[in-house]
Design a protein around this ligand. Structure first.
Ligand SMILES: [Mg+2]
Length: 229
């Protein structure tokens, strides 16, 4: 095995930060002048299309979702909403404790590191400024590619950009979006991160995976031992 492909949210990020998602959406809704509950549901309903780029960038997305909620925000309200949305996106993606050192160690051990994330424009556009970017050799984002997991084209893209065969890749994720079924079909070896210490994060997982990997670890710190064994 020459490469490791990671999921992003709840896998490289701190699962405890998932609990902040609702507050972040509430702040954006307030800036748009839309009731928080209504905005939360509209964002959820638009998720499948938003994350493949169907709503455009953050500003275009917020305008369209606000209109879906019956509001017509002024440009100044959109300015504030985009700022709130970007701030919120930073809050939900702090690194899992120890993960940056772990990525450094895996690369030092000779692994190529990849990423597949089902995400909106905020992560794609700010990726180069994150502490993850210099540690990941190939990052593939649903918003940019126009496909979401478990679309095989995402797995093919990341292995091609890593310069390895899918069969030479581990796939490590916390199990949303049917990602492990996709990885298995692509020929990668899936590993489930169960996040046992973060039961609230597991409850927020969308579109859970019907395929359960044979290999599971409670937290990423157990990864080096598993893949070396
Ligand atoms: Mg995840």
């Amino acid at each position: 095995m020459r490469a490791i492909v990671f999921d992003f949210f709840g896998t490289l990020t701190d699962p405890a930060a998932e609990a902040g998602r609702r507050d972040s959406v509430t702040a954006t809704a307030a800036a748009l002048g839309v009731p928080a509950d209504r905005f939360w549901h509209a964002m959820g309903a638009s998720f499948p299309e938003r994350i493949v780029g169907g709503y455009g960038d953050a500003r275009q997305t917020l305008r369209r979702v606000a209109r879906d909620c019956g509001a017509d925000p002024a440009e100044s309200e959109l300015d504030a909403a985009v700022a709130a949305q970007l701030a919120g996106s930073v809050h939900v993606r702090p690194p899992r404790p120890g993960v940056l050192d772990l990525l450094d160690r895996l690369r030092a051990d000779g692994y190529r590191l990849g990423l597949i994330s089902d995400c909106s424009s905020e992560l794609y556009e700010s990726w180069p400024e994150t502490p993850y970017a210099p540690r990941i050799d190939a990052a593939v984002f649903s918003w940019h590619e126009g496909y979401r997991k478990p679309d095989q084209r995402l797995y093919e893209a990341v292995s091609a950009r890593l310069g390895v065969n899918p069969a030479d890749c581990w796939y490590v994720g916390d199990g949303g979006s049917r990602e492990h079924a996709g990885a298995h079909r692509a020929g990668m070896r899936p590993i489930l991160v169960t996040n046992t210490a973060y039961p609230d994060a597991a409850a927020l997982r969308s579109d859970p995976d019907p395929y359960t990997p044979a290999l599971a670890i409670p937290d990423l710190d157990a990864l080096p031992t598993l893949i070396d064994s």
